[in-house]
Design a protein around this ligand. Sequence first.
Ligand SMILES: Nc1ncnc2c1ncn2[C@@H]1O[C@H](COP(=O)(O)OP(=O)(O)OP(=O)(O)O)[C@@H](O)[C@H]1O
Ligand SMILES: NCC(=O)N[C@@H]1O[C@H](COP(=O)([O-])[O-])[C@@H](O)[C@H]1O
Ligand SMILES: [Mg+2]
Length: 389
Amino acid sequence: MNFTAPLKADSIKVMLLGSGELGKEVIIEAQRLGIETIAVDSYNNAPAQLVANKAYTINMKNKNEILDVIRREKPDYILPEVEAINIDALFTAQEEGYHVIPNADAVNKTMNRKNIREFAAVELKLPTSKYEFVTTFEGLEKAAANIGFPCVIKPVMSSSGHGQSIARSETDLQNSWELAKEARGDASELIVEEFITFDYEITMLTVRNGKQTVFCEPIGHIQEDGDYIFSWQPMNMSEEAKIKSQEVAQKITDGLGGRGIFGVELFVKGDEVYFSEVSPRPHDTGMVTMITQSQSEFALHIRAVLGLPLDFIDYGAGASAAYKAKGDSFNPSIEIKDEAFTKTSYARVFGKPQSHKGRRMAIALTFDKDNSDKALQQAKELIENYSDK
Ligand SMILES: Nc1ncnc2c1ncn2[C@@H]1O[C@H](COP(=O)(O)OP(=O)(O)OP(=O)(O)O)[C@@H](O)[C@H]1O
Ligand SMILES: NCC(=O)N[C@@H]1O[C@H](COP(=O)([O-])[O-])[C@@H](O)[C@H]1O
Ligand SMILES: [Mg+2]
């Protein structure tokens, strides 16, 4: 294939909307190509802001504030990094000729569970859990009775497990209702999902550069309270399940279109593959690619955005373990014991300016040439050497 997108790095400007740990690595990869970078978020000194050329702190839910920074900076590419962004601003920017990654419609679909679930299940006919949407407590009771217990309840707009719960019986519904309502994001509507008793779940990182689609090796992961705590790559799976996973990932990303990396979340039971959701951006479980691939998911995202070739080397197996703050602090410090620095591991500390209990602050990355179970075991052990104050 002949790639015809020469890189004129010093004349390219990217703007990140959302500046957390994932964005920080995207900015670093962009900087490595000499690209000018602007990091926007709703609080000062967000991780990506610490490494970008310029930073803005705005209300990300406010259409005018987003459009103001876009019109002022005139970026070549706008890279949404979080879900909680005013979507009208992205549609307007796109109409004005700005290039939203992957495109405003894909961001709109994926930021809301109702849009993406109906797109996947109804339009693309991909297998998913049974689901219903509700806006009232009575509606929740009815939907849970139809779907059966246990069921999973989530606000239609939320991420990292916020506002999510499993109701095991009718008596849990009141708690689930209140938890979802208290969550940040849009909790005015909830999705009630059938609980899938999967054997394992994966993220299929899928990269589109406008000319081809490339898959990374499947990433296995473990979630606690709807948020990832461990991931490893490659996930050892049957050839049939792997092919089905790639087919689902291809369909959903073709359906969304545009350039960039996507994290397609799938549940696998035997050789059956269920679509769960998709991020049109790097994925938290994909941080493991910082140790397993010559081009991490962040480097691949930038390459895809620019329409550049996507070739890379898989170095071997690896794993990641998330470190979550144990307490609350306005001036947090992460302590990592010497034992956590081994020949086959390293740390990434995000530099978040404030911690609160459960906030992801750092990760441990481990490598093992051919055994992801061993890498995972080491990651689990090493993260015990992390603490915070
Ligand atoms: N229907 C389901 N059946 C079984 N487990 C589920 C179901 N839905 C969610 N889960 C579990 O909860 C996790 C988080 O769910 P989901 O990905 O929908 O939430 P999220 O808040 O969007 O997370 P993130 O933003 O981190 O991707 C899943 O990875 C899975 O482990
Ligand atoms: N599952 C989505 C995800 O991992 N997103 C990552 O977490 C950051 C928010 O962290 P915070 O909640 O600690 O501010 C986001 O900016 C993004 O990097
Ligand atoms: Mg998810």
